[in-house]
Design a binder for this molecule. Structure first.
Ligand code: SOE
Length: 370
């Protein structure tokens, strides 16, 4: 078990950061925990970069070009959604490894191009679907993969927040120019679908959806995308399920829940209680707690602190960045979310919007072709 995050030191990796907000803070903490030099940060202005570099403990502020063309091994893109595609392509073309915040791009075509460009250039290119790094998510995935729930029948999943509940709650994500055509789904539904497919070990093949925009404007700004999405999904095995995504669910702060029902058992993960995994059976239910000594093979490495000391979101992020840096060092860590997964999320986003607009079932793969 890795009890000391510096065990995952990757030596002298030099990291650059584009953006100076909350996600840049999370990324830079994880980079330092992985033993990297957090060398440079660029933001929307030189002054903003200077302030953010000081607040986040980055060696120095820089201009974007200085980072993309400069002496860094990996670029962390933590800027508004609409800027991701161009910045990620620039970094790939400069031969940099890239960690790009989700959504990777606001269209599937752009996301697909980025995944292909990263593969052609031979750089490590990752997207932080970090909920994969909670140990009890990996335990759920191992239980399903071992056939311990039997054949998957149904799924009941959700991702609920309330930070956009009030009419004056606003954010760059709500505008089409910076946020893109989808907000709630692209921002958090993408996490939910990634985690569902990751744990279930199979893909969503068809879906139908309805979206809802509650306020046409926020804080005097027109709103261009959705607050909530209700989705019915069909997976490759024929399993059926419902997904509810909302950023206006009063009292729900970051309530990502995943429940899978099989012919023998069910499992339920609740991101707000990440140390636990519920297992349900006809003969009775039980709650598993994170414990590397009893975990399934391959799961123990995700425990980063001793049992009984709760692990959380930043620990999951630290595990993700440590795996990115290990991949830069030539390793192939299991379950690393790459630009391929970012492209998948963009493909699902377009399928969800198309199903809602045309009020019909959509074949996910086909929807991306037409
Ligand atoms: C806001 O919805 C947000 O910060 C997302 O952008 C993150 O991806 C999610 O993990 C938490 O909520």
């Amino acid at each position: 078990m890795t009890t000391d995050v510096t065990d995952t030191e990757v030596g002298t990796i030099r990291s650059g950061f584009l953006g100076g907000g909350f996600m840049a803070q999370v990324h830079s903490r994880a980079a330092r925990a992985a033993g990297a030099d957090t060398a440079m940060l660029a933001s929307s202005s030189p002054e903003r970069a200077r302030i953010a570099a000081g607040e986040l403990g980055i060696d120095r502020a820089a201009m974007i070009d200085e980072i993309l063309d400069g002496d860094v091994d990996v670029v962390h893109i933590c800027t508004p959604n609409a800027t991701h595609a161009a910045l990620a392509l620039r970094a790939i073309e400069a031969g940099k490894n890239v960690v790009c915040e989700k959504p990777l791009a606001t269209t599937f075509a752009d996301a697909r191009r980025l995944a292909d460009a990263a593969a052609a250039r031979g750089v490590v290119a990752a997207v932080p679907f970090v909920y994969r790094y909670h140990p009890m998510v990996r335990e759920a995935r191992a239980i399903v993969a071992a056939g311990e729930i039997g054949a998957l029948l149904t799924v009941d999943c959700g991702y609920l927040q309330d930070w956009m509940l009030r009419p004056d709650d606003n954010d760059w994500r709500a505008t089409s120019t910076e946020g893109g055509p989808s907000r709630a789904f692209a921002d958090i539904g993408s996490h939910l679908c990634d985690l569902l497919e990751f744990v279930a070990g199979e893909r969503i093949v068809r879906l139908t959806s309805r979206t809802r925009r509650v306020y046409e404007s926020r804080d005097g700004q027109p709103v261009a995308n959705e607050d909530a999405v209700a989705i019915i999904v069909e997976l490759a095995s024929g399993a059926l399920g419902t997904l509810l995504i909302s950023q206006m669910a009063a009292g729900r702060k970051n309530a990502l829940t995943l429940e899978l029902h099989g012919t023998d058992a069910s499992v339920r993960f609740d991101q707000e209680r990440p140390e636990e995994l519920w297992v349900g059976e006809r003969e009775g239910n039980r709650t598993l707690f994170r414990d590397p000594t009893t975990a399934h093979p391959g799961v123990a490495r995700f425990s980063r602190v001793p049992v009984g000391h709760s692990q959380g979101y930043q620990d999951a992020f630290n595990g993700f960045v440590a795996d990115v840096y290990a991949a830069i060092g030539g390793e192939t860590p299991d379950g690393l979310p790459t630009f391929e997964d970012g492209a998948r999320a963009a493909q699902l986003t377009e399928a969800v919007l198309r199903a809602a607009a045309e009020e019909r079932w959509v074949d996910v793969d086909a929807s991306a072709r037409s």
